[in-house]
Design a protein around this ligand. Structure first.
Ligand SMILES: CC(C)(COP(=O)(O)OP(=O)(O)OC[C@H]1O[C@@H](n2cnc3c(N)ncnc32)[C@H](O)[C@@H]1OP(=O)(O)O)[C@@H](O)C(=O)NCCC(=O)NCCS
Length: 216
């Protein structure tokens, strides 16, 4: 979630020192989000070894190898397909290990917890509700079919489109965190704010699993 669309210069800077202000969304039950339909009807297809290369239909050939590697790491992905063309995707890393793990080098996940990441839609298909549709669909599948008890989604606060997408998907911010990385390593990840859930409960202490340097 943190590196999308970063131009080359920005990526170089991120390799030196970078500060991320991130909104964390937590889903534990179906009432935490809305299932929405996009303005243009889309199918929602699991990504597997027979179709992963179809990422080229909206993100280009350079992503094909990356998607093969995601499957090899057992990430769980779905394409949104519109009129036979892939127009978006979403991925999740699910911790099925039975012990606490660190997902994508920065997020601690307890057993049966999942991090949703890489929500992307093709440029010409944005603003049609496809992102929110994918977030709702993957959340439903993870909770109901994959035995996931908690889903975490982190969004850079400066990514307005993403923040709007999460709103459309009915999600409420649970926490705001500040992460600092230097030379490609996370050196600090702090909880800045906790927000009450719909019932007024603060879930922050239980759900904040971001890494400290000692975990990395
Ligand atoms: C973030 C992203 C997945 C949203 O997907 P989407 O299918 O456009 O999602 P939605 O249709 O629900 O629109 C979300 C917001 O995007 C913005 N948006 C609308 N049209 C847009 C366009 N043509 N281009 C860019 N953003 C647009 C709007 O603010 C919209 O919310 P609003 O209509 O309530 O104002 C998409 O913009 C994207 O792929 N961005 C690059 C990857 C990225 O940043 N991913 C991080 C996800 S956490």
């Amino acid at each position: 979630m943190r590196w999308h669309r970063a131009p080359a210069v920005t990526r170089k800077l991120q390799g030196i020192v970078w500060i991320y202000l991130t909104n964390i969304f937590v889903v534990t039950e179906s009432s935490d989000f809305k299932t929405t339909e996009p303005a243009v009807k889309c199918e929602f297809l699991p990504i597997n070894k027979d179709n992963y290369f179809r990422v080229r239909e909206f993100r280009g050939e350079s992503r094909v190898q990356e998607y093969r590697e995601k499957l090899a790491r057992q990430e769980v992905g779905f394409f949104a397909e519109r009129d036979g063309r892939v127009v978006g995707n979403v991925w999740a890393t699910v911790n099925n290990s039975g012990a606490q793990t660190v997902a994508r080098t920065y997020m601690k996940l307890g057993p049966n917890e999942a991090l949703v990441h890489d929500v992307v839609t093709g440029e010409e298909f944005r603003g049609k509700g496809i992102g929110a549709f994918m977030v709702g669909k993957i959340s439903t599948i993870l909770l109901n079919e994959r035995g996931v008890s908690k889903i975490v989604i982190d969004v850079n606060v400066r990514n307005n489109a993403s923040v709007r997408m999460m709103k459309r998907a009915g999600l409420q911010i649970s926490q705001q965190t500040l992460a600092v990385s230097a030379f490609g390593k996370l050196i600090s990840h702090r909880l800045l704010k906790q927000y009450p859930d719909r019932s007024g409960r603060l879930v922050g202490d239980a759900s904040f699993h971001a890494c400290t340097p000692s975990d990395l």
